[in-house]
Design a protein around this ligand. Structure first.
Ligand SMILES: *Cc1c(COP(=O)(O)O)cnc(C)c1O
Length: 366
């Protein structure tokens, strides 16, 4: 044992990684603090739960779980292709969209490459970049969001991938269709642009970029989406990428054969049929967003205007303490010091009574 140094044997990129910090699970807070009736507003989950169509489909499927899933996810791909007017061979399914983000990096990025993303961007981008040993290039944010001109200026011959989240997490900032298209048109073809649209459903239809249709003109564009947010399936892990068919073909070669499990395939397919559930979720989110931002306005708490199902509030240098005190009161939010926002807390929009509980707890701390 004395002669075994696990770290020195590991890949250099992996040695220096910090593990992903997830939102604190409800059960953990119950266990650690011995309190009940906890409200979790920490992981941008859908407070409505799941669609009744999903519940029915899952219940039916339980009895066939002894079988392997369809490794190609035929029916889910067919439904996605129909819904969005794309071809089935453009789709790569994943165990959450995190899975496809990692597949993209592993397919295209080596230790010799550079990967660009914005400051305050989703931590999975630096994580998959560093794991490979590639050079992460974090471009300083502009008004908390992407500075697209600076990101273009950061491109070098070594750049292989650029991650752009729209809306961005954890800041909720949003790029317009014109801004995005102008950017993508200027990115050279040797660089893949990964446009992460995890919060796509929360964007009003008139503001949504026709990103999937752009792939024909910009074959280096890859769009990722998820069933974890508006569709309410975070616990199942279901996401996908839409790309040029050749990109999908390459990703398919390193994908684990059954990376999307049978229940996830089943639930995602059923969830796609329930437009009403998405509408209600989006409506509830708009109302909850107003509830929390009205509270912030009334108490002089600055926040970053958000286009997602969460809002990032500037609570000051005591953010870590406030986070702990909220926990004591049974409200879990998300500290985001790891995103270079040490004075902010990210709060997911919950049910009206959950939002009210957050506001009431916050009020006692001001
Ligand atoms: C939540 C989120 C995802 C989705 O992750 P899944 O693996 O699909 O659950 C992807 N990107 C961003 C920016 C997110 O906030």
């Amino acid at each position: 044992m004395q002669d075994f140094d696990a770290a020195s044997l590991a890949l250099p990129g992996i040695r220096q990684l910090q593990p992903y910090q997830a939102g604190k699970p409800i059960e953990e807070v119950e266990r650690e603090l011995g309190i009940q009736n906890i409200v979790k507003l920490a992981s941008n989950e859908n407070p409505l739960g799941i669609s009744h169509l999903v519940r029915e489909a899952l219940t039916q499927k339980i009895s066939s779980l002894a079988r392997y899933p369809d490794a190609n996810g035929f029916y889910l791909k067919q439904a996605l292709a129909d819904k969005f007017g794309i071809a089935m061979n453009q789709i790569t399914l994943g165990n959450g969209s995190n899975d496809v983000l990692e597949l993209l990096a592993r397919t295209y990025v080596t230790a010799e490459h550079e990967v660009i993303f914005a400051q305050h961007a989703f931590v999975v981008y630096p994580l998959v970049t560093k794991a490979i040993g590639a050079k992460p290039v974090a471009v300083p944010a502009k008004n908390y969001g992407h500075d697209l001109d600076a990101m273009l200026a950061a491109i070098t011959p070594k750049t292989r991938m650029i991650f752009v989240a729209n809306p961005n997490n954890p800041t909720g900032t949003f790029l317009t269709t014109a801004e995005l298209q102008d950017f993508i048109a200027k990115v050279p073809r040797h660089v893949l642009v990964v446009l992460d649209e995890a919060y796509y459903e929360y964007v009003p239809e008139r503001d949504r970029a026709p990103s999937l249709q752009w792939i024909e003109d910009y074959p280096n564009l890859v769009v990722t989406r998820t069933f974890s947010k508006a569709y309410g399936l975070a616990g199942l892990r279901a996401g996908y990428a839409v790309s040029h068919p050749q990109v999908a073909d390459l990703m398919n070669r390193i994908r684990q054969p059954f990376n999307m499990n049978e229940l996830a395939l089943t639930a995602a397919l059923a969830a796609l049929q329930d437009d009403d559930f998405i509408q209600r979720s989006v409506q509830l989110n708009a109302e909850g967003m107003a509830q929390i931002t009205t509270f912030c306005d009334a108490h002089g708490l600055p926040y970053i205007p958000s286009h997602g199902n969460f809002v990032t509030i500037e609570v000051g240098p005591k953010a870590a303490e406030i986070y702990q005190q909220l926990l004591q009161q049974g409200v879990i939010v998300r500290p985001i010091a790891g995103y270079e926002l040490p004075n902010h807390l990210r709060v997911s929009i919950g049910l009206p009574e959950e939002n009210a509980k957050f506001c009431a707890a916050m009020e006692t701390l001001l």
